[in-house]
Design a protein around this ligand. Structure first.
Ligand code: BGP
Length: 478
């Protein structure tokens, strides 16, 4: 639908930004924190720097929260590092880790910023990995339950919005990239067993949140890449639906309906896959009623039909930041992804597609009728400090303006959206490209090659976003 006026955002809409512990905190060996699997994974991604310092938010959190308040934030989405809370298999949590998050939460509340907390954003402690073979052994379900219960008990008096697992679908779809897959040869089948164990962790977290946090709300954080058919050919439409199922809908249906959908059951049967569902699992899952969807959305994909006899091809993401280094996957008999001639791309070949944001919100609302919050969305680019000492990022402003406008249109279309938190507040470590690929509203003065003074420099986008959110989404700065 077209509207004659600009969108209107709800009065109590929460405006903020987003981060994740391992990408922003640094201080990986401080105050009792032990190594996480993702630390080791980040060390492998040379020539980029690892996460040992990142944005050093651990030591700058007061300054960072002050900047958030200056910008006009009413929310901040961050994650808790499991190895800060449970550095070892001891039954006692680490008080210093708890203190850090208490201080951060109190600082946010002092500035009227709603903390929105993700329980798991990839920082599995090494001791958990060693003891339970990562996500492969069901023993992790109780270890995770103990960790999340500690978080709810310690922080639940002030934190009311919680997320279970960040981008479970992406962790399964790109298991090698995110360090979840241990045996690449058997991942095709193993992933569904691992996924079921993650589902159990999610479900138990939902149940524990409702049990322990007064007025607590909890939801999952799927990584969402809306998928369009490449043409009006009916086979391309089915291919787009297949891709949608196997990259997102299987998860979203599960979270919302608390059962595995018909598509995945048939896929398992066809491929002789046993996800190892134990007696009692589905009964427990049935109790885990989510309160909202938190959605990460950066881009869209386009799918077309792929014959059953075609050669399979892996998805090769562009890890260099030089355009044209991405290879689309082929999944014989189901779908292949392909270029979309109607959209531009970033240097990392990510589609720049604001309409995908509206499409996703409409899609999720139509399917599940649950409130939604945007927990990630943003423009990854090379940024630098200009001679005038400022950071000019007009493309990021354009990106955010177009995307937020589409959030507004989705709200006008009738979707219930409660919060928008782009990635990221400060620059922080990219999943695969160190500090080179920057997303922040605030520049962090350091590089992959050299550790500099970590000075915080608000970018032009910070000031643009500040005007927009202080006017509750009416000052577009056009
Ligand atoms: C999301 C992750 C974030 C973040 C973001 C940007 O999938 O949840 O942790 O990293 O992607 O990705 P990248 O850093 O690879 O550009």
């Amino acid at each position: 639908m077209f509207y004659k006026q600009d969108p209107v955002f709800p009065k109590d809409f929460l405006w903020g930004a987003s981060s994740a512990a391992w990408q922003v905190e640094g201080a990986v060996n401080e105050d009792g924190r032990t190594t996480a699997i993702i630390d080791l994974n980040s060390q492998k991604k040379k020539p980029y720097t690892d996460n040992s310092i990142a944005a050093d938010h651990y030591h700058h959190y007061e300054e960072d929260v002050k900047l958030m308040a200056e910008c006009g934030f009413s929310s901040y989405r961050f994650s808790i590092a499991w190895p800060r809370i449970y550095p070892s298999d001891s039954t006692e949590p680490n008080q210093k880790g708890i203190d850090f998050y208490n201080n951060l939460i109190n600082e946010l509340i002092k500035h009227n910023i709603e903390p929105i907390v993700t329980l798991y954003h990839y920082d599995m402690p090494v001791w958990v990995d060693e003891k339970y073979n990562g996500w492969y052994d069901r023993g992790i379900i109780d270890a995770f339950d103990r960790y999340v219960r500690t978080c709810f008990t310690e922080f639940g008096d002030r934190v009311k919005y919680w997320h279970s697992l960040n981008e479970q679908n992406m962790q399964i779809c790109y298991g090698d990239w995110l360090g979840v897959a241990k045996y690449p040869e058997t991942w095709f089948k193993d992933k569904w067993k691992v996924n079921h164990i993650m589902n159990m962790c999610h479900a138990k977290a939902v149940i524990a949140c409702h049990e322990l946090v007064e007025d607590g709300k909890i939801g999952p954080v799927p990584g969402y890449v809306p998928i369009y058919p490449a043409s009006a050919h009916p086979d391309d439409q089915i291919a787009a639906m297949n891709a949608e199922e196997l990259t997102e809908k299987v998860w979203n249906d599960f979270y919302a309906h608390r059962e595995y959908n018909g598509f995945i059951k048939s896929y398992w049967k066809e491929n002789d896959i046993d996800p190892e569902i134990h007696d009692g699992d589905m009964e427990l899952i049935k109790e885990a009623k989510i309160d909202f969807f938190a959605l990460n959305c950066y881009r869209s994909n386009t799918a077309k039909a792929c014959g059953i006899d075609e050669e399979p091809r892996e998805y090769k993401l562009n890890k260099s930041g030089v355009k044209g280094n991405l290879e689309f996957p082929k999944v014989p008999g189901l779908y292949q992804l392909t270029e979309n001639p109607y959209v531009e791309t970033t240097d990392w070949d990510w589609e720049i597609d604001p309409v995908a944001m509206r499409y996703m919100l409409r899609y999720v609302w139509d399917h599940y009728q649950l409130p939604m919050m945007i927990t990630e969305n943003g423009y990854g680019a090379y940024d630098s400090v200009s001679e005038d000492g400022k950071v000019h990022d007009p493309k990021r402003i354009e990106f955010l303006r177009d995307q937020i406008y589409q959030v507004g249109l989705a709200i006008m279309d009738g979707c219930e959206v409660i919060s928008y938190n782009p990635w990221s507040f400060t620059d922080l470590l990219s999943t695969g490209n160190g500090m080179a690929k920057r997303y922040g509203l605030v520049y962090i003065n350091t590089t992959d090659e050299e550790l500099l003074d970590l000075k915080r420099i608000p970018k032009d986008s910070f000031y643009w976003y500040s005007n927009l959110i202080k006017s509750n989404g009416s000052d577009w700065g056009k």
